[in-house]
Design a protein around this ligand. Structure first.
Ligand code: SAM
Length: 246
């Protein structure tokens, strides 16, 4: 009999089949307080990281943009402002709690764009459809990251660009301070504000288990993207990777 394939859920090793359900539990739990917690945890820096991503993506009127694992829709709303009436911005997420918050925010801001619940590892879009694909703080949570990246590359049109914004490997001298913050302050903040320390412990652990800058660069290349490069933001706390579809 075949052994079940395993993966990481934070520092735990779990069956691949179990990871998606565990991740779903985290995001159902935090959806209502997700934006507030993001601001508190990153002292507002996540807004600057996303602003940088939007600037690099250089979305123009008429473009088709896919935001994978878009959650509460910060990137999708920024892109919706740029594509104009002829463009399309598809907000997608596997988790309906997060997607519902994101879809409502889009509508509240006056954008009627599609919101689709789907798994990044099986994107329900045709080959070569999008000019830009983005995934912010989502890849880390996916079970088969290589499969998800290959799917994102598949739906990009030739000349289209993928942007992966994700926590990464912090500049070494800052690591002790960053560890203290992640494993002591973060779970306490999670308990007080969101009533959920475990989800924020998972966050800290999943960041440590995520591939570093160079490894992720190789993964984008393995997915068939070219001209792959990355920008370290906030001393490597976060990195933005860019890859082009040939
Ligand atoms: N992109 C948003 C942002 O930057 O604020 C949300 C990021 S949130 C930390 C991670 C999101 O990834 C969650 O909404 C979660 O449901 C989603 N996610 C996790 N696994 C996924 C998968 N396999 N496919 C699509 N979305 C996924």
């Amino acid at each position: 009999m075949n052994e079940p394939r395993t993966t990481h859920f934070g520092y735990q090793t779990v069956d691949e089949a179990e990871k998606a359900a565990r991740v779903a539990g985290v995001f159902h739990s935090v959806a209502g307080r997700y934006d507030l917690m993001n601001d508190l945890m990153s002292v507002g820096l996540h807004r600057a990281w996303k602003t940088f991503t939007v600037a690099q993506a250089a979305v123009r009127p008429g473009m088709k943009v896919l935001d994978v694992a878009g959650g509460t829709g910060d990137l999708a709303r920024a892109f919706a402002r740029r594509v104009g009436p002829q463009g399309e911005v598809w907000l997608t997420d596997i988790n309906w709690s997060m997607l519902t918050v994101g879809r409502d925010r889009m509508v509240d801001d006056g954008f009627l764009q599609p919101a689709v619940q789907c798994d990044a590892e099986k994107l329900p879009f045709p080959d070569g459809y999008f000019d830009r694909v983005t995934v912010a703080f989502g890849l880390r949570n996916m079970t088969q990251k290589d499969v998800a990246l290959a799917e994102m590359a598949r739906v990009l049109a030739p000349g289209g660009r993928l942007y992966v914004l994700e926590f990464s490997k912090v500049w070494r001298p800052l690591a002790p301070l960053y560890d203290l913050y992640s494993f002591s302050v973060l779970p306490r903040l999670g308990r007080r504000v969101a009533g959920d320390a475990e989800s924020y412990r998972y966050l800290a652990e999943s960041i440590r288990m995520h591939p570093d800058q160079e490894t992720l660069k190789s993964m984008l290349e393995a997915a068939g993207l070219v001209r792959v490069r990355y920008y370290n933001l906030s001393a490597g706390v976060v990195a933005l990777h860019e890859g082009w579809k040939p």
